[in-house]
Design a protein around this ligand. Sequence first.
Ligand SMILES: Nc1ncnc2c1ncn2[C@@H]1O[C@H](COP(=O)(O)OP(=O)(O)OP(=O)(O)O)[C@@H](O)[C@H]1O
Length: 359
Amino acid sequence: MARLTIKGISKSFGSSHAVRDVSLDVEDGELVCLLGPSGSGKSTLLRMIGGFEAPTAGSILIDAKDVTSLPPEKRPTGMVFQSHALWTHMDVFNNIAFGLKLRRLPKAEIRERVEQALALVGLADYGKRMTTQLSGGQQQRVALARSLVLEPKILLLDEPFASLDQHLRERLREEVRDIQQRLGITTLFVTHGQDEALALADRIVVMRDGSTEQIGPPDRIYREPETEFVAGFIGSMNFIRTTVKAGLSEHAAFALPVPVADGDVVLAVRPEALSIATAKGAGAGVVHRSIDFGTHKVVDVDLADATRVKVMTSSDSNWTKSMQVDLTATAFRVFRDNRLVHEFATTQSRQNDRVFGHA
Ligand SMILES: Nc1ncnc2c1ncn2[C@@H]1O[C@H](COP(=O)(O)OP(=O)(O)OP(=O)(O)O)[C@@H](O)[C@H]1O
């Protein structure tokens, strides 16, 4: 267990700024996900923490000790890469034992620790297998065991399951979460999958163009996005472009009070924050289709300005193509130039949160 402090760290490759002035505190035993689109600087940030890349500016402290200029092997960190790079000429046992042998630990201790690590990742009987005889998921488990056996204070995972199929990825990330909690090991996990971040993280760092866009626990990131980018990056979101005049949105379907300065804004509304009702006469929109997910339905509604919005409704409601409907937003956030300028929520939206499990 260890505490990680990142202070104003940047990395440039020539004229390209991969990471820009990132500061972050990670608590003892915390699991933090670095989430962002391709090229946002997640891997570069992780590699700097692991010592595989030298920062252009800033410093990295582990338990208050400055490690910025230490090589990877001198840092109390363990890194698992996307491509696991196991040694194909060694069996599983020796792959995991390798780092311990370098440290010249006694044979008996090596055996014990490797066996513990294998048990931890669910591969107790696989020590004698060659790594080429393992499935992709098993290989990633070996890569994880190879890091864990060195008992790092901080575990760094760079999209470790990206090459695996969805089902296996979900299983492995739950296993990682279990192991991480059992060992209480401080962990940074890079992913570009929002589901993965929501499922795993104590806190999510949303990155964009090398900078941190928002840092917070998953429910905060989901419910209170501070920028339009974050609002669109995590979960399903409807964006409605409108113009505000005298405190009112001029959008035909969303003529709402929006107490901000006149001008163009974007209303961001979650599908579960919209309620739908049959219109008396011509409605605000027309049902395009309805998809039944068993637990709930998602109805696509086309508005007059050709915006298509998604509405989450209960599974016992019935919406068919071409029905005229009215929509009410029970919660929305208003953005201008990516920044939050107004937020609105009714008590109704909190009830919906309970119904749909977003509390
Ligand atoms: N060794 C390098 N030399 C030059 N540019 C680099 C190098 N490594 C990364 N970059 C650039 O830095 C930026 C950030 O890259 P990085 O790999 O950190 O992003 P990422 O968020 O991890 O992306 P991905 O999800 O695709 O892995 C990108 O524009 C990338 O092209």
